[in-house]
Ligand binder design. Structure first.
Ligand code: ASP
Length: 450
């Protein structure tokens, strides 16, 4: 059996819902359907989740919320009208949207989450009714009933490991089960959402819980591209990726799937496939535990901006016991996360994301490096990007980094840093952001030209 998750763009309009219905109906193994809230119909449209945020903001300010309520209710109503059926659930949907504005504002840590969750919750009700109307018996299941019990962390829920046994009971159902994504309930019965984009996480949890044979994640692209289509013209989509490769690519900016969605499926050893609702015959990208064959050494190239490097040097640094610890202590005291730490004999750099720093923190770091660690030189370099070439099979291929550096030097790209982790799943290059596009194009050409 399969768990099939549809993202917001797959559920944005009647014609999209029609495609979704055809996909689910085409395969009797598609027994569990996890849905997002309706997404944008076009670039200028508003996602229902974002409309719910506006509604929430007006409500807590004490403003008139009628326009917000009407907009959201109309959004569902328009889909029903276009689909040409009379949805009994429409009345309940309208009521539940209005009821949000009766929830207590004071001492209610879960108010925001309750507003946000309404997008997926009502969509699931509507979709279950629509499937049934079309002759495919389906039932809406609230996450509480499904057993999706989460930690009490508003906007950042985690599944409780004890949930999985209850979720497994869903296997017994005869109908297709339609489960809203993005939220669970706490032990105290509060609605609590995952972080934004979290319907992917629900899908993964349900797949692990029911021990599915496959977790299908339907979106609006033919799987995961080998490089960013905004930079590389028509990149190919990757046939097969391992979980580890996906994690590395996601880290450096590939955002097709929510970061946290990999873990439940990975732990449950459930293969995952990313597919396109608008092109369901395309095989998409499979995410597997291990490659089925010796693939190319590099499967994808990712790049991400807004990195900063704190560079320091001190003569005989390599002989000084505790130097690294003291540097990291400075960062820890300032509550700064770091990402990479390439070292030389007398040099050390710390690469971190721009958002971790403020001008005051920067000054403080430099001051402490000079006074406490007595470095000879310390500076903070902004405007950096990372580029990662990713592939598990790199470890059995010689010369991958050589190919990459040759391609980069031919294009005159100056490498600020290179780092390869012990896992050999990726090699990371740090370049100046203005050289990123040139670098990415050179690497794509070098590894995937034919
Ligand atoms: N609707 C939620 C969001 O926009 C969750 C999701 O779509 O996955 O973040």
């Amino acid at each position: 059996m399969k768990v099939t998750k549809f993202g917001g763009s797959s559920l944005a309009s009647a014609s999209q819902l029609e495609k979704v219905f055809n996909i689910v109906q085409a395969d009797p193994e598609r027994r569990f359907v996890v849905v997002s809230a309706p997404g944008k119909r076009d670039a200028a449209d508003t996602k229902v989740t974002d409309a719910l945020i506006q509604y929430y903001k007006r409500y807590i300010k004490g403003d008139d919320v009628t326009a917000s309520q009407d907009w959201i209710i109309d959004r569902y109503q328009a889909m029903v009208d276009e689909l040409g059926f009379t949805a009994k659930s429409m009345k309940k949907i309208a009521q539940s949207i209005k009821d949000l504005a009766t929830l207590p504002i004071e001492n209610n840590d879960f108010l925001y989450d309750s507003f946000l969750a309404a997008g997926e919750d009502n969509n699931a009700k509507l979709i279950a009714e629509y499937f049934t109307y079309r002759g495919l018996p389906a039932r809406y299941v609230h996450p509480k009933k499904a057993g999706i019990i989460v930690s009490s962390e508003p906007g950042n829920a985690r599944i409780l490991p004890s949930s999985y046994d209850k979720i497994e009971e869903l296997r017994e159902a005869d109908e297709v089960l339609v489960i809203p994504g993005f939220f669970g309930v706490t032990i105290d019965n509060q609605i609590c959402t995952f972080s934004r984009g979290g319907s992917d996480i629900t899908g993964s949890i349900v797949a692990a819980g029911v021990k599915a044979d496959l977790y299908e994640n339907f979106t609006d692209v033919d799987g995961i591209f080998a490089a960013h289509p905004g930079i590389i013209k028509n990149p190919h989509s990757i046939k097969e990726l391992t979980y580890r490769e996906m994690r590395e690519l996601a880290y450096a900016g590939f955002s097709v799937l929510h970061d946290e969605a990999l873990l439940p499926a990975y732990r449950g050893r459930i293969p995952l496939v990313i597919k396109n609702t608008n092109n369901p015959d395309h095989p998409g990208t499979q995410i597997v535990l291990e490659h089925s064959s010796e693939t190319l050494p590099v499967v994808g190239i990712a790049a991400d901006d807004d990195f900063v490097s704190i560079n320091m040097s001190k003569y005989l640094m390599n002989r000084e016991v505790g130097f690294g610890r003291k540097v990291l202590q400075i960062l820890e005291d300032l509550n700064i996360r770091f990402e990479h730490m390439p070292t030389g004999i007398d040099d050390l750099s710390i690469v971190l994301r721009e958002r971790e720093l403020t001008p005051i923190k920067e000054e403080e770091i430099l001051r402490q490096l000079k006074t406490k660690l007595e470095v000879d030189k310390a500076e903070i370099e902004h405007g950096l990007s990372i580029i990662m070439i990713v592939g598990e099979n790199m470890k059995s291929h010689v010369g991958v980094t050589a190919t990459a550096t040759a391609a980069l030097s031919q294009q005159n790209v100056n490498l600020a840093m290179i780092s390869q982790g012990a896992s050999e799943v990726s090699v990371m290059f740090v370049v100046k952001t203005e050289e990123k596009e040139k670098a990415l194009k050179a690497l794509y050409q070098a590894f995937f030209a034919e």
